[in-house]
Design a protein around this ligand. Sequence first.
Ligand SMILES: *[C@@H]1O[C@H](CO)[C@@H](O)[C@H](O)[C@H]1NC(C)=O
Ligand SMILES: *[C@@H]1O[C@H](CO)[C@@H](O)[C@H](O)[C@H]1NC(C)=O
Ligand SMILES: *[C@@H]1O[C@H](CO)[C@@H](O)[C@H](O)[C@H]1NC(C)=O
Length: 509
Amino acid sequence: MPGPKALFLMFDVSIFIRHNFARIWTLASRNLTTLEIGYISSVMVTEMLTTNLELQQPHIQPPVFPKIQKLSLSVDYITDAMVGTISKGLVSLTHLDLRDAPIIEPRLTFDLTNSGLQHINPHGKLKHLSLVRSQEFLVTYFKRVNDLGILLMADRCANMESIFLGGFCRVTDSGFRTILHSCSSLYKLRVFHGTFLTDLVFHDIRATSLSLTHVSLRWCNLLTNLSVKNLASNVDLQVLDLRDCKHLGDGALRAIGTLSKLKVLQLDGSDITDMGLSYLRWRVIGSLTSLSLRGCKRLTDKGVSVLFDGSSNLELQELDLSNIPNLSDNGILSLAKSHAPIRELRMRQCPLIGDTSVMALASMQVGEEEGWQGSSLRLLDLYNCGGLTQLSFRWLKRPYFPRLRWLGVTGCINRDMVDALARSRPLLHVACHGEELGTDPWNNMDEIYVHDDDEVDEFEQWLLEGRGDDDDDEDDDGDEDDNDGGGNGHGPDHDEVMNDAENAEAMVE
Ligand SMILES: *[C@@H]1O[C@H](CO)[C@@H](O)[C@H](O)[C@H]1NC(C)=O
Ligand SMILES: *[C@@H]1O[C@H](CO)[C@@H](O)[C@H](O)[C@H]1NC(C)=O
Ligand SMILES: *[C@@H]1O[C@H](CO)[C@@H](O)[C@H](O)[C@H]1NC(C)=O
């Protein structure tokens, strides 16, 4: 049987005894092209690869991973030694994805420096490079890399299509500009914590031949509207992540409003207002599949309504409206009326959101005519929504929200109801401690990720059990789930839903 081509070890492999671990790899398939490891120490990476290199000469044994093209590792420290061995040992590499999360400030011998960067990509074959220092345990950056390191790396970057640099706090405009002006195949650029990155980086981006489709600039606090204006010359932009760039305002949205191919837009924590959102109404909202406005505190219902009222054929699947203090049920009602095929809705920490929103969403209809009736939501985050009462829990029971898999609520207030709900919907993950729901820890939208769509969800199960062929909704309150212990009475029937939602709408009008 031929060995696997791809190996994903999405766990902490350091639980293996080191010596054995290195030997395991001599058994690894020589055909392996992809290796991804959830956690491994940098010492182990170096050992694993140097053992193989040393074996090569005396025993004339070829390297163990001759064909690896994609390597993705999460480590304790990205070090020069580790990067050097990877570059030497893996000659076919096209994708290199390294992430670290130091628990103490790295010392010189345990850190990445300009010299390490110089050794990355010796053969110029890399297409994708990702080097990220995450701040999971400690606020820490790559303090030993400056513009020189980037300059040396950019020397061989003509084939690079995607670059992700996270935590390079000493790199300035001239380093980042070098990337834009040297890496002529680049179409994806991500920079996190670009502390010194200013508008000057994009000032003459029109002079390059680049056509960027993915741009992510997170925690780049010196950026203003001007950068976004210049970036918008990349008319094919599909993904624009500007989270936590707090000086961006409506001027940025005006430029974004021209990007008719945009699918993903993230503006968390920016200074935009309702007026700015109206720029998205004409060319952008129709193509967006994901929009995040979390923590844009100047927004109100008016902005949300401007986006959704009268829009048709929306493709929006993910929406984050969390932490918007002036957002109320009225804003959610206009979303509910929009027929958007929404799958994930986050609106945690909104003090004015209450039961009316839950009712409206429960009776939301997707698709203009032939679409199936009922909410398409798979994820709903209502954690710390100020206006929720026990009434909402009646609408979170079956048969409402048939596809729901993730629900965030404030647990301590409604403990009994949360428990009863969790019991009656075993496929539903109910989170009540404020955990973020369904987030991908690698935050890596363009790489391989696990699909859970293969599993049967409640809606499908309901169909399989033969309850899907009702010709209409009237006999829906058969209430098969009688193991639902704590509920006080059954859920309201569908007509009641519609009426309440209509009433709620009438209230708005
Ligand atoms: C590698 O692939 C070749 C050709 O597909 C196959 O014949 C061989 O058995 C594979 N080797 C291993 C160790 O899986
Ligand atoms: C740019 O953004 C800021 C928000 O920080 C805003 O005050 C300013 O008016 C914007 N400029 C333009 C031209 O829109
Ligand atoms: C939000 O609501 C408060 C209280 O009603 C009001 O004072 C404030 O101006 C509102 N903010 C915005 C951005 O409309």
